[in-house]
Design a protein around this ligand. Structure first.
Ligand SMILES: [Zn+2]
Length: 145
């Protein structure tokens, strides 16, 4: 067996520093300070702003639960699902500094019954699926802080 390796499921959405702390990568408008996630290089979403440049920035690692739900059914192909399917929670977390709401899976072992609106959450990563080459594809995820 070759050594297991891992890659982001989507390139450029998060980064992990030397201490192992993961943060999301967003973008902000230098003219009106609006934030976006996932990051992009242009097209400020503020209808009152005419800036066409967004700058990449690290986003808060913490936030509060704004809403949440639990997925109890396996998604249809081509979306990856565990077999047998295990229900998982999804949280919409309002970032501490930016006020931006970022949707993400909640780590294994935490389901909707464990979550409450306003609860403090912290960013982490988890394996989303293992691809055909045996590479673990990693995604950002929320855990209770
Ligand atoms: Zn703007």
């Amino acid at each position: 067996m070759p050594a297991a390796s891992s890659e982001p499921a989507v390139e450029g959405w998060f980064a992990t520093d030397d201490s192992g702390a993961t943060h999301l990568i967003g973008a902000t408008c230098p003219q009106c300070a609006t934030y976006v996630f996932p990051p992009r290089a242009n097209n400020c979403p503020n209808p009152a702003c005419d800036s066409d440049v967004l700058e990449q920035v690290p986003l808060s690692r913490r936030g509060k639960v704004w809403s949440y739900t639990e997925n109890r059914y396996a998604p249809p192909p081509p979306y990856p699902a565990t077999d047998p399917f295990e229900p998982f929670a999804i949280a919409a977390v309002k970032l501490a500094d930016e006020g931006l709401i970022v949707l993400g899976k909640v780590v294994e072992g935490t389901l909707a019954a464990d979550l409450k609106v306003g609860m403090e959450m912290e960013l982490t990563t988890m394996v989303l699926f293992t691809d055909a080459e045996g590479v673990e594809r990693i995604t950002h995820a929320w855990r209770i802080a």
